[in-house]
Design a protein around this ligand. Structure first.
Ligand code: HSE
Length: 305
């Protein structure tokens, strides 16, 4: 039995929607598991991003997630002695595009498929959020599109609303330096002034309206944030200058992708290359090497292929 799953990258927060907004993007990691009942030797391979740096075998996030899923399902048959695992990573690891979320989502889906798909999509989502700790990468990675995530804490259940897909390109500048989500979450304060909370609430409302009405002229203001970007910006060189350069090149809105350090802009197709150049030039002056992407929104989410 062989199962292969393709999981999209994702951009989280979209500015003010900390731990609430997330969108799936058309850049993918692939995960495969093959069960061989009487295997003499099995393999665990990683191609692409992280092929030299990521843990393989027992310590890998994919396998640890598969094990957690087997445990939830009460399944003890599968082990690294009877499964060939292969990973093909296209999503950069430096942070902000949900690469580790793809391993969590991929691990749950592979393990669930080996166990005859006992978990439905909503149970997969709840388990993924439990493992990841925040919903806004794993949820779009599972459902695709542009998602609002709202958690019912008592039931540990995630409510997901899909907003209309913006007819926009997502321009992403991924710097070579890494910012771990764990560290990047510690930078964010635990307590905020009411003015800052009101500021963000108004932006989240605007952002929802901008996407629902496809009024992208609202995005410049709607993507502003006072809860996490100002703090994370202190460890991301020239973040505000990159944002300004993108806006000057006619981006509609700019934001820190997830917990960074990837920076993102939403713009019309016709302006995407110029926006990308403008963002790139600022970091070039800072001697920061980057990878660039101009992506569409993914609408399918994780699929078996
Ligand atoms: N909402 C999460 C954070 C996303 O900002 O920490 C991490 O990609």
């Amino acid at each position: 039995m062989k199962i292969k799953v393709r999981v999209p990258s994702s951009t989280a927060n979209l500015g003010p929607g900390f731990d609430v907004f997330g969108a799936a993007l058309c850049l993918y990691n692939e995960f495969e598991a093959e069960y061989i009942s009487n295997a003499k030797k099995t393999t665990f391979t990683i191609k692409g991003e992280g092929k030299k740096s990521l843990d393989i075998g027992k310590k890998s996030l994919l396998w640890q997630t598969m094990q957690k899923t087997f445990k939830v399902l009460g399944e003890t048959k599968f082990s690294l002695n009877n499964l060939n695992i292969s990973i093909n990573n296209n999503i950069p690891l430096s942070g902000g595009l949900g690469s580790s979320s793809t391993a969590i989502v991929g691990g749950i889906i592979l393990a669930n498929a080996l166990c005859k798909n006992k978990l439905d999509k909503s149970q997969i989502a709840d388990l993924a959020v439990k493992i990841e700790g925040h919903p806004d990468n794993v949820i779009p990675a599972i459902f695709g599109g542009l998602c609002i995530c709202s958690r019912d804490e008592d039931e540990n259940h995630e409510m997901v609303i899909n907003l209309p897909i913006p007819k926009l390109k997502v321009v992403l500048c991924v710097p070579a330096f890494e910012l771990r989500t764990k560290h990047s979450r510690q930078i964010v304060p635990k307590i905020f002034a009411i003015n800052d909370v009101v500021f963000n609430m108004s932006r989240v409302a605007l952002l929802t309206a901008a996407f629902c009405c496809a009024d992208y002229s609202l995005l410049k203001q709607a993507m502003q944030d006072k809860l996490h970007q100002p703090y994370r910006g202190k460890v991301i060189p020239a973040m505000n200058e990159v944002f300004q350069a993108a806006l000057d090149a006619k981006a509609f809105g700019v934001f820190l992708s997830g917990s960074g350090p990837t920076l993102a802009a939403l713009c019309a197709d016709k302006n995407a290359v110029n926006v990308q150049k403008a963002m790139k030039n600022v970091w070039k002056k800072e001697n920061i090497s980057i990878k660039n992407y101009i992506l569409d929104f993914d609408i399918k989410g994780a699929i078996t292929i």
